[in-house]
Design a binder for this molecule. Structure first.
Ligand code: AHG
Ligand code: MN
Ligand code: MN
Length: 338
């Protein structure tokens, strides 16, 4: 069989590098190493049911959540490979209390923040999960990086992306020049360009929110969700509800098919007054991707996610993210209402 000659992700990365004569190739090298880690995790995820790696590891992470065995495995896979890739000075993971040092003698100029597996509650039930990453240029001079290298605004990310382990494995990333999607051909172990220049569809179809929490929402949130459920043919309402419970998968769908994802602050858990999602590992990388695709991302009280100056590695934040029109409308209807 003659397979179509696809554009590989390495070709794509090299072509983008060529547009920047000043580039040293380090970011390209970093992305390539990360992609190897992702392919390794993808293979493990596909084998999960057979290889006795489903279920809980018995550990509780810094977020106070049960760590699934696959969370642990994905975390270790990224840590081990990236600690000696030579392009990073330090890392932070959703699963680790502190920054993760890189191997002595291998210090580079970038930082990596990652959510090894997003959507852990879906691991045991064979529903889409994924890995999210965020890359910044270091602030400190040389040697091992420090926490200040990681506590930088989303706006100055050098690259961000995710790998979704779904009905197929896909990589979606941006370096600030549009958003590009690649699909893994598992028979050759290569990602091929399948979704060039992803842009939010003009018409939205879906809203994604954990409606089970609605009794803990603000008045403004209630008003906005009621608006989405009203009938109006001109604006395509009512929207359909879709909530997977893996932000990564919910956002991936909305990015391709059109829609909005909301995780507002609520009064359910006093331990999480700022919302549930993590700024460094979830909200900031996705906000960069979504803005690059023409969308918008704000907190429930209208602050741009990408302009938030992080104060802690595991800081949480509320998140309203999706097509620009939808987020603008949220702001108009819900903005300011407690
Ligand atoms: P993680 O699995 O990395 O801990 O993240 C889970 C997050 C996010 O992916 C998802 O959208 C959200 O938690 C689901 O939360 P609820 O179960 O509260 O709706
Ligand atoms: Mn997550
Ligand atoms: Mn996670």
């Amino acid at each position: 069989m003659n397979r179509p000659l696809g554009i590989t992700v390495s070709r794509h990365i090299m072509d983008s590098q060529r547009l920047h004569p000043e580039a040293t190739g380090e970011l390209s090298g970093l992305l390539s190493e990360l992609i190897v880690a992702a392919k390794t995790i993808s293979a493990e995820v596909n084998m999960a049911g057979l290889a006795d790696i489903l279920g809980q590891s018995g550990k509780v992470n810094v977020q106070g959540e049960q760590v699934q065995k696959l969370d642990d495995l994905a975390n270790k896979t990224i840590k081990r490979r990236m600690a000696q890739c030579g392009y990073l000075c330090t890392m932070a993971s959703e699963e680790e209390d502190d920054i993760i040092p890189v191997k002595e003698g291998y210090e580079g100029k970038y930082t990596l923040a990652f959510d090894p597996l997003d959507g852990s509650s879906n691991i045991d039930v064979n529903v889409s999960i994924g890995t999210i990453f965020s890359i910044h240029r270091r602030r400190s001079g040389s040697g091992q990086g420090d926490v200040v290298d990681l506590l930088q605004k989303g706006r100055v990310q050098v690259a961000a992306g995710y790998i979704i382990y779904g009905s197929s494995t896909m990589l979606v990333y941006t370096t600030g020049e549009g958003v590009h999607g690649f699909t893994l051909d598992p028979s050759v172990g290569e990602f091929y360009l399948s979704h060039p220049d992803i842009i939010f569809p003009e018409k939205s179809k879906y809203y994604s929110v954990n409606e089970g929490n609605s009794r803990y929402w603000s008045q403004g949130m209630h008003k906005y969700i009621d608006y989405l459920k009203d009938e109006d043919q001109a604006t395509g309402r009512p929207y359909s509800a879709r909530y997977i419970g893996s932000m990564l998968a919910d956002l991936h769908r909305n990015l391709i098919a059109g829609g909005i994802f909301l995780y507002p602050r609520d009064s359910k858990d006093p331990a999480k007054p700022e919302g549930k999602l993590r700024l460094l590992y979830e909200a900031a990388p996705f906000s960069f991707i979504v803005e690059q695709a023409g969308g918008r991302a704000i907190t429930d009280d209208g602050r741009d996610i990408l302009d938030i100056e992080p104060t802690g590695l595991h800081q949480r934040v509320s998140l309203i993210i999706g097509s620009k029109e939808d987020v603008d409308m949220y702001e108009r209807i819900a903005g300011g209402e407690k």
